[in-house]
Design a protein around this ligand. Sequence first.
Ligand SMILES: *[C@@H]1O[C@H](CO)[C@@H](O)[C@H](O)[C@H]1NC(C)=O
Ligand SMILES: *[C@@H]1O[C@H](CO)[C@@H](O)[C@H](O)[C@H]1NC(C)=O
Ligand SMILES: *[C@@H]1O[C@H](CO)[C@@H](O)[C@H](O)[C@H]1NC(C)=O
Ligand SMILES: *[C@@H]1O[C@H](CO)[C@@H](O)[C@H](O)[C@H]1NC(C)=O
Ligand SMILES: *[C@@H]1O[C@H](CO)[C@@H](O)[C@H](O)[C@H]1NC(C)=O
Length: 604
Amino acid sequence: MKTTSVLACTLAAAGSASAETIGEINGNRFLSPFDGKKVTNVTGIVTAKGQSGVWLRSLEATKDERVSDGIYVYGSALVKNASIATGDVIVIDGTVSEYRSSAAYLPLTEISYPTVRAILERNRTFAPIVLGKQRSPPTQQLSGLDSGNAFAVPNNKSLVSVVNPVLEPSKYGLDFWESLVGEYVTIKTPVLSVDLTGMVTLGLRKPEAILITAPLDGTKNQANGKLGDELEDITGVVTQGFGFYQIQPLTKLTVTSSLEPTVSGATKLISNGKCSGITVGGYNIENFSPKDVDHVTAVATHIVEYLKTPDLLILQEVQDNNGETNDGTVDSGLTLMALADAIADLSNVVYNYTYVNPVDGENGGAPGGNIRNAYLYRPDVLRLQGGSAAVAGDAVTANEVLKGPKLKYNPGLIDPNNAAWLDSRKPLVAAWELVGSQGKLSKPWWGVLGLWNLFGPGKNRRKTLFTVNVHFTSKGGSSSLHGDARPPVNGGVEQRIAQATVAGEFISKILDHDDDALVLTVGDFNEYGFAPPVQTFARVSGLRDLDEVAKIPIIGTLFELDHTFVSKQLGKGAKFEHLHVNTWLAYSDQVSDHDPSVAKFDIC
Ligand SMILES: *[C@@H]1O[C@H](CO)[C@@H](O)[C@H](O)[C@H]1NC(C)=O
Ligand SMILES: *[C@@H]1O[C@H](CO)[C@@H](O)[C@H](O)[C@H]1NC(C)=O
Ligand SMILES: *[C@@H]1O[C@H](CO)[C@@H](O)[C@H](O)[C@H]1NC(C)=O
Ligand SMILES: *[C@@H]1O[C@H](CO)[C@@H](O)[C@H](O)[C@H]1NC(C)=O
Ligand SMILES: *[C@@H]1O[C@H](CO)[C@@H](O)[C@H](O)[C@H]1NC(C)=O
């Protein structure tokens, strides 16, 4: 034991004979080769001071793009020492550590327990590295460990902290930001995107996106930055924390221009009450309970003022009649009546509603709430196919596609006992027809002579609109896109793929009966459009994403969890709008954690 410690002392003494540069401490991989070791006479310019540490930049540039010449020095004594200012050239000793607050995150290389040996110079000038000019992030991939795609399955095949690859900053986003960690940078005219968690990120594609955190000078960023906002140049330091690469700006962000309109307005898609222009709204109304009267009013106001009371509303997260009281109640008639009444109070528009109760406690979500999917419809425009003869399914009975095509149960659940729906919402499928004379099919030229009634679909036949209302299982348990696990853990992805397959197979049966059937799927897929569950749904169902059909610009749709899919025939001439009535607002002003959408279809 003694011999070892003597040897260690000798080595340490020998080690301190050569001072380390910041570049040597960082190295060209994610983890420092000096992790856990003492370093001496590390020299650098103080580029920024934070709450708990300072950032240093080496006087000598390594001239290797894989190696950062900046580093974070953790220690409040340094910060509190008023005689140390930005622009000072200081010499410190300390211990290198790879710090992370959770094992799921990537660590930050830092020097901790610093002591200052000397201040060599004051007020030296230094310039930021200009991103987009001196260094530009790659735009395609996050990590070489992602099997080509950060949403590839299976997830978590390897850990960055174990593989510790040599950085390839021109290829991979994480490698790019890692090669700049600790550095002082400027981003020219950034554009805001806001991801799922509501955090502010820059850039629209993930590899070049970076989180912007609280300013170093104690000011606050405005809470209502919007997708697509252009900002003044941002200068700050690159760091890593809470699972993300981040820039801590010196001061708060300034928005220079916003996309027009600045607030999402009302939909321009208004129903004409006829088959040539019926409207359908989709909305996850977030744990909707009749007990929360303010929420009921707020949702009703959105439906009236922004969605313009569409003919059909496809809703998710409708709770039972007593909300989260966990007493075995499953029915949601009062919940939907509360919403219909609130809408009628505001607009004089009368809605009817339909739903299938779940088995108590088997739909996941808030305990006792029994959230389920439901429809509100305007009985002056639509009715369930079959009218009063329609038979609704129940919690445990699988719906079927019958010749016609038509549904055995209207509405009914898709394969509710399938393991794919464990602790999750079962899709609610319904078939609709227009009321009144104009809902009837028009006769083709040969329809005269009564042939229509003999060989055609019959004189009372009406066009049928099939709707599938989905709410797939959540992404809970996901790891950060910038996290240690590669590809990142996409919580629930296997179950969502299974759900997409079961729902998709049901829809494909409708289209097997009639390739021209009008089929609409709306809901909360809890998944991005480019990820495997949504891709699986498109492939198995044969439906197309209405964002693509209606050519909705990718800004604002890339990280959407809600999707609308249409059959070939329904997509013809379809119009679509996303109403950013929640995600563009400050958190406290949001009515739901989802935005609604409205689509308009010609179903003649
Ligand atoms: C570190 O700097 C001090 C002066 O502050 C000097 O005496 C010492 O030799 C230096 N050590 C190394 C290893 O460079
Ligand atoms: C602040 O740093 C200077 C320079 O290293 C040092 O002389 C002084 O003792 C420090 N003051 C405190 C309060 O630590
Ligand atoms: C630092 O240098 C700037 C010019 O680069 C000068 O205006 C300023 O007074 C200097 N500050 C100190 C504390 O020497
Ligand atoms: C990824 O897998 C490792 C085992 O290789 C495990 O320790 C870790 O918790 C997993 N990460 C996540 C986020 O599930
Ligand atoms: C409302 O729907 C129910 C069945 O869900 C039906 O019995 C009732 O007649 C409908 N009311 C109107 C006005 O259509």
